[in-house]
Design a protein around this ligand. Structure first.
Ligand code: BES
Ligand code: MN
Ligand code: ZN
Length: 485
């Protein structure tokens, strides 16, 4: 998918397909009103009307897409409408289409352009890598007709294109099956990204993890033939802007281990590295956007398998931090690998640590598929993430980390235990993580409910991985740059 901007008007474009976004409260331009029965195209959200102008306009086809009331339009309205346009273009098998807005843009042109590119790229995304009989879809070319705003819109389109491709990259990783996307595969992916994007990359393999004491990652990974990896990717350098650490849970398949999960839907646990995928996607985007920050992407990669070598309930393990953990349930593995990654992050003396993890079923019970859970130790950081969530429609909702919750994770015989019972499960998981971040500003995003959709919630999603977190992180990091002045 290529996205461009042109300055002319949509109705003058000699296009195979012209897509006009129109609202409920603004009149359609006259040549269009003559083409459809009065009152048919109301502008109601997601109403689609395909017209054949037959010479009355330069375009061969005209698609009207209703986007609701002008006052209610947000970036996500444009993102979703652009996705609908891309999908319709694919169905109609056109390779180039033009999209325009009926009247003055309802948003800042750069915001509109960014949302247009994001919606177009993500709306046409499908995971078809393993379909032998698929027709190679023609490469689509989406042109935004932005009139006098073309120049400013173009900057947004370029940003949106980079961010959306990074999101698609994260989706590819999370959609990838456990037999392909192993910890070693993630390590290899990081090394390739290093070459491609000029990131500094370090990948530790099992002997190196043993030597350096990564007891958490090693314990979780010890049951699998696919050995664990610890991955660090660096964009920029210390002293060159503040340091931000992004830490991703990279369980490439979560069977539950000896505390094994039921068979039903276990296949979906190939997405248990969605936090890691978000870190990979965000690293690609910050490198391509040349964000002036020192961003460190940390991935804790392991496969959680039952076997004769697997860790067991009752085991006591010593994490990288030196803190000991009593394992009560081997299915609460994410927090154990993150313990090592979060502790490691402290060595950068970061201005902020943000971790992303498909950590608990409890967050799905609490928030469903419409928001990620947010917990942390710094309200300013939390507020910034909440704002970035609103701006990107990757919403986050904060849950408390009150002191009273801490008791739940205390062990009689070790420093911590790895489960705190069913009640408040998303919070007690975060309480566990908090023990490994020291006093650094930290936020935890539990994306278990938002990383995967059986049925798309938004038009620019497709069945499977959502790539959640990439757009949110990039928005937050760009705001961070702004706040530095
Ligand atoms: N990866 C799962 C959480 C999950 C569940 C992600 C469903 C996506 C969809 C995690 O490792 C897990 O198994 N958590 C347990 C923790 C419990 C044993 C304390 C859970 O939530 O049941
Ligand atoms: Mn688990
Ligand atoms: Zn898991």
């Amino acid at each position: 998918m290529q996205c461009e901007v042109q300055s002319g008007s949509l109705l003058d474009a000699a296009a195979d397909l012209a897509v006009l976004l129109h609202t409920e409260d603004e009149p359609l331009p006259t040549p269009v009103t003559d083409l459809c029965e009065a009152g048919d195209a109301t502008g109601r959200w997601n109403q689609q009307t395909l017209l054949y102008p037959r010479g009355t306009l330069p375009a061969r086809r005209l698609l009207l897409i209703g986007i609701g009331k002008r006052s209610a339009i947000t970036a996500d309205t444009v993102r979703q409408a652009a996705a609908l346009a891309a999908q319709r273009a694919q169905e109609l098998k056109v390779t180039t289409y033009h999209l325009g807005y009926n009247g003055n843009l309802p948003l800042a042109p750069a915001v509109f352009g960014q949302a247009f590119a994001e919606g177009s790229v993500l709306g046409s995304y499908r995971y078809v890598r393993y379909k032998s009989d698929r027709e190679e879809p023609p490469s689509l070319n989406a042109i935004l007709q932005a009139g006098a705003d073309a120049e400013v819109a173009a900057a947004g389109v370029q940003r949106g294109h980079i961010i959306a491709r990074a999101t698609a990259f994260a989706r590819d990783l999370a959609n990838g099956p456990g037999n392909e996307v192993t910890p070693a595969f993630l390590g290899q992916t990081a090394l390739e990204m290093g070459e491609r994007l000029g990131l500094k990359v370090m990948v530790l393999d099992k002997p190196q993890l043993i030597e350096q004491g990564f007891g958490g990652i090693l314990a979780v990974g010890q049951g699998s033939a696919n050995e664990p990896r610890f991955i660090v990717m660096e964009h920029g350098a210390a002293g060159n802007g503040p340091t931000i650490c992004l830490v991703g849970k990279g369980i490439t398949f979560d069977t539950g281990g000896i505390s094994i999960k039921p068979a039903e839907k276990m296949d979906e646990m190939k997405m248990d590295m969605s936090g890691a995928a978000a870190v990979f996607g965000a690293m690609q985007a910050v490198a391509e956007l040349q964000v002036p920050l020192h961003v460190v992407g940390i991935v804790c990669a392991a496969e959680n398998m039952p076997s004769g070598a697997a860790y067991r309930p009752g085991d006591i393990i010593r994490t990288l931090s030196g803190k000991t953990v009593e394992v009560l349930n081997t299915d609460a593995e994410g927090r154990i690998v993150l313990a090592d990654g979060l502790y490691y992050a402290q060595r950068y003396q970061p201005a902020a640590i943000v971790d992303l993890a498909t950590l608990t079923g409890a967050i799905m019970v609490a928030l469903g598929p419409h928001a990620a859970g947010l917990m942390g130790n710094n309200q300013e950081l939390a507020n910034r993430l909440i704002a970035a969530g609103e701006a990107t429609a990757e919403r986050v909702w904060q849950l408390p980390l009150w002191e009273e919750y801490r008791d739940a994770m205390k062990s009689e015989i070790a420093d911590l235990k790895n489960t705190g019972g069913r009640y408040g499960g998303a919070i007690t998981a975060a309480v566990f993580l908090a023990a490994f971040v020291g006093d650094y500003p930290w936020a935890h995003l539990d994306i278990a409910g938002t990383a995967w959709v059986e049925k798309p919630v938004r038009t620019y999603q497709s069945r499977g991985a959502t790539g959640i977190g990439v757009r949110l992180l990039v928005e937050w990091l760009q705001g961070y740059v702004g706040a530095q002045g």
